[in-house]
Design a protein around this ligand. Sequence first.
Ligand code: SF4
Length: 454
Amino acid sequence: MIRVQSVAAGSIGAELGLLPGTELAAVNGRPLEDFLDWEFLTADEHFVLAARLPDGEEIEYDIERPEGLPMGVTLESPRIRRCANHCDFCFVDGNPAGLRAPLYIRDDDYRLSFRYGNFATLTNLKAWDVDRILEYRLSPLYVSVHATDPTVRRWLLRNPEAPDIVRQLGWFGERGIAFHTQVVLVPGVNDGVQLERTLDDLYGLGPAVLSVSVVPVALTEFSKRHLVREPTREECRAALATVDRAATRALAQRGGPWCYGADDLYLQAGEPLPPAVWYGDFEQRENGVGSVRFLQTRIADATDRLPDLGGKRIGVVTGQAMGPLMPQVLDRLAAATGARFELVVVDNTLFGASVTTAGLLPAVAIERALAGRGSLDFALLPAEAVNDDLRFVDDVAVDELAERVPMPVRLSYDFVDALSECGVRSAACGVEGSTPHSPFHTPHHGVGKGAGQR
Ligand code: SF4
């Protein structure tokens, strides 16, 4: 059974009389377990829905649904599938006290992997899950591989029950399911020959593995640093050399690099990022792979549409990771808009200096950094730093922060989103929401540049 959270006005759901709190029990006699059942079983033009209204009335609706017309029903969040692993580098262990409650949940959920691109390990799949992946063709899925040697992978996941990932991916691949994969690089464990073996094994799975990214492990000051450490510059360089060999082979044989280093791997290695064209469709952008080049591409594509903001002073809040790269992005923006962009690089006072991604900046640190910047016309805040309820990792709402800083603020993923609207509505931008992302997004997926660590 799943429950309705809200119903869009004028939608099919509203016409039926579905209300917030309505329990959706079954479609065509098949019980509904979660949003996947709802979406797939109601995709037909004709179906019978069994529901119980908030007042207890049980109704069966015989529904004719014109093709493409949405039901207009938003469901309550599903129960998150918990993780069966105990990685030494798990971000949940690296969380300080006082964060939003969901950030302490170790989720490992293939449903969120399909829907939002969250990485899952597939170590907690039941037979029923496997059946659903095949029946609903949940592809591509995003999978944390880390190592294909079963012993090494089990050691990394601290899970002696973890199945052989090559056999698992191969089995799904034969049945039409494809995967984007990642390796979180833990020095001394899955680098060197283990990384080479992992990339070879994944490449050997053919079209089932669409891509693999190599992401350096990232830790907070609360992580289990006695058990795991970050890679050195030399170790990052060595990993990049392995990535390059795999990418060169894939380019020659399959026409695309297939294997990517995360932006952080290049930064930590002190090596330049590849050009935008290297990343193709930027399929692992949310994982911090090509995200800098994606940003530049977005801005270049939107140059003609950006408004004239001549004379405006605009603050750009970011974390230490993007600080050194941001000028090459902002120069282009300044040329296109006439505005003066002032970089506000914020230290992460909550997780410690080793956490440099903008997506994990707490409101308290941003507030402090903006306190003396009253001459700014407005400031752009990283939209990835808030959840769907517009709350930062330290549970402060954006509008609360807005009241505490001496200029209007605006959330932005790529500048183009926020600045384009400023042109339409003048530059007196207030706080606005962000585009939706996984409501279950937890920072242990995003300790690096993007949202990928698991
Ligand atoms: S890092 Fe991910 S897979 Fe590992 S223990 Fe944490 S939630 Fe589980």
